[in-house]
Design a protein around this ligand. Structure first.
Ligand SMILES: Cc1cc2nc3c(=O)[nH]c(=O)nc-3n(C[C@H](O)[C@H](O)[C@H](O)COP(=O)(O)OP(=O)(O)OC[C@H]3O[C@@H](n4cnc5c(N)ncnc54)[C@H](O)[C@@H]3O)c2cc1C
Length: 250
């Protein structure tokens, strides 16, 4: 079960802490967290994570205000700071837990949660239905065999190779149904086959380790030795070239 919290703040102290973690200023109008930041210390508690998209997220949003989304997977366990199950908490209490995890000094937490943040909570008990394992026959095809006047749209219709939880998925199912049922000779934009492209996979690894060459990653002695053997083996080959192009090797 997931629980979402939307938190808005323009407080400088909080923003400084965000910058410290993300190495980016959320007020710059650029991507801030990239993906979702998982709070490792929270894994056995609320399993908290948070994200800051490109600001402002809404047209009417004040330009100095930053909107933060918080997620939790465990709604029935106590928090690390707030000793309560998340689902029983007010927005302010949920905010305290987040402020604690981003490193705000404990004696400032209550005050900032009360007066510097505006926090709204939202329960989304069905969202995990998206992530249930499924096999091909579990969901109807967008245009079921033999259908001439109806189709299925959205996240619970089956379309080949695509991954749900995206706007694109819904859009594709809409296009697929209209083009098929109305016999329109237009192709639905293909699902990008990144998982079949070794260059993309290597590049993804490079980003996943914070855009560093693999030699800069903290490795165990065994791993380091293995890396030495591999880099020696691939020297002068196309594999070395691919690793260099991806940024994984210097
Ligand atoms: C927290 C969160 C974050 C997300 N982040 C991203 C992201 O970063 N990028 C991304 O691509 N996707 C993201 N998604 C997924 C994306 O938002 C959805 O997949 C997409 O909005 C689904 O679009 P849809 O039109 O198929 O369905 P919906 O947007 O769910 O629209 C269905 C509509 O049907 C209405 N409805 C339901 N039942 C009835 C009824 N009986 N009669 C009339 N109306 C009805 C509903 O009220 C709703 O308005 C996110 C989703 C969530 C929940």
């Amino acid at each position: 079960m997931q629980y979402y919290k939307f938190n808005a703040t323009s407080d400088e102290e909080i923003i400084r802490h965000i910058i410290k973690i993300c190495k980016r200023d959320p007020c710059d109008g650029k991507v801030t967290t990239g993906g979702i930041v998982t709070v490792k210390d929270s894994v056995d508690n609320w399993y908290l994570s948070w994200t800051i998209n490109r600001q402002p997220q809404f047209k009417v949003q004040d330009k100095d205000t930053v909107l933060i989304w918080l997620y939790a997977l465990n709604t029935d366990r106590n928090g690390n700071y707030v000793k309560k199950a998340m689902r029983l908490c007010t927005g302010e209490e949920v905010c305290r837990e987040w402020l604690y995890h981003i490193g705000i000094e404990e004696n400032r937490i209550e005050e900032l949660a009360r007066s510097a943040c505006n926090t709204t909570t939202c329960f989304m008990p069905y969202i995990n239905a998206f992530f249930q394992p499924r096999k091909n026959e579990d969901r109807p095809h967008v245009v079921p065999d033999g259908s001439v006047n109806f189709a299925f749209l959205g996240q619970f219709a089956e379309t080949p190779r695509d991954t749900i939880f995206t706007i694109e998925y819904s859009m594709r199912t809409g296009m697929e149904s209209v083009y098929t049922l109305l016999n329109i000779d237009r192709g639905v934009p293909e699902v990008w086959g990144s998982k079949y492209d070794v260059r993309e996979l290597l590049r993804a690894c490079y980003y996943a380790i914070d855009k560093k060459p693999i030699t800069d990653v903290k490795l165990s002695f065994k791993e380091k030795e293995l890396l030495k053997v591999i880099t020696k083996r691939v020297k002068g080959t196309d594999i070395e070239l691919l690793l260099k192009e991806s940024g994984l090797l210097e």
